[in-house]
Design a protein around this ligand. Structure first.
Ligand code: PXP
Length: 239
């Protein structure tokens, strides 16, 4: 059964717009799980533009939810993550000027560093995931790096679908990568830019076990409510 991880970063974005406490990401984390999410994703960015240290600590401390913490390779962030002990980590590239995570990691350039980071998390039994572009080369490198999971960046296919352009070759690329990863015993996740339509298309790939979705869920909840959006996604990914 495929799982849904709900990224609640943008609950913090709304909270931060007023500099007060509402809406509270900790409360949101508990609520989305009650509404059917299998896990909660948060990204503790170096610039703390949405989730902050206290949010991350509180959310990771509660045993009621499974937390996937997205982090960059920054030493301070890595040390912080090891202290707050999420259930899972997903290593992502981070660029101060980007609006959101624009692409997957450069595994070749960062191989040594990533290998050390993965080893540290695996030692304390935290599931490790690498956010990568859908290339067979990156799947092979993820295997060499001993990652437990890969999260395939779905930004490109999401844009093609939204623009009503041909997306079959990107879909095939994602499918081939998913099959190879599964063969290597690496769990496959997908995330970035997903809405109902792209999630439905990708849910036909059997090897994808987890979807991590944020912006669309929070945006759509303005119109139909968080609980209804989560239920719709759960129905879409159930196949
Ligand atoms: N997965 C990863 C690794 C991400 O960095 C992000 C964006 O922060 C997401 C999933 C969620 O993307 P979106 O907000 O576009 O659904």
């Amino acid at each position: 059964m495929k799982r849904l991880g709900v990224n609640i970063d943008h609950i913090a974005t709304v909270r931060n717009a007023r500099g007060e406490n509402h809406p509270d990401p900790f409360h949101a984390a508990l609520q989305v799980v009650k509404m059917g999410a299998d896990s909660v994703t948060i990204h503790l960015r170096e610039d703390r533009r949405h989730i902050n240290d206290l949010d991350a600590k509180k959310i990771c401390q509660t045993k009621k939810i499974l937390v996937n913490l997205e982090i960059s390779m920054n030493d301070k962030i890595v040390n912080n993550a090891l202290k707050i002990k999420p259930n899972y980590i997903c290593i992502v590239p981070e660029n101060r000027k980007e609006v959101t995570t624009e692409g997957g990691l450069n595994l070749i350039k960062n191989k040594k560093k990533l290998s050390k980071i993965i080893e540290r998390f695996k030692k304390v039994k935290i599931r490790t995931s690498l956010f990568i572009n859908p290339t067979l080369k990156d799947i092979k490198l993820s295997k060499e790096l001993n990652a437990d999971c890969v999260e395939i960046h779905t930004g490109k296919i999401s844009n093609l679908v939204k623009l009503k352009k041909k997306y079959n070759s990107e879909l095939n690329r994602i499918r081939k990568c998913s099959i190879l990863a599964k063969k290597f015993n690496i769990e496959v996740h997908a995330g970035h830019g997903l809405d109902y339509k792209t999630t439905k298309i990708l849910s036909k790939i059997n090897e994808i076990e987890e979807f991590n979705i944020g912006h669309f869920i929070i945006g759509e909840s303005i119109f139909i409510g968080l609980s209804s959006v989560i239920k719709k996604f759960k129905k879409i990914i159930k196949n």
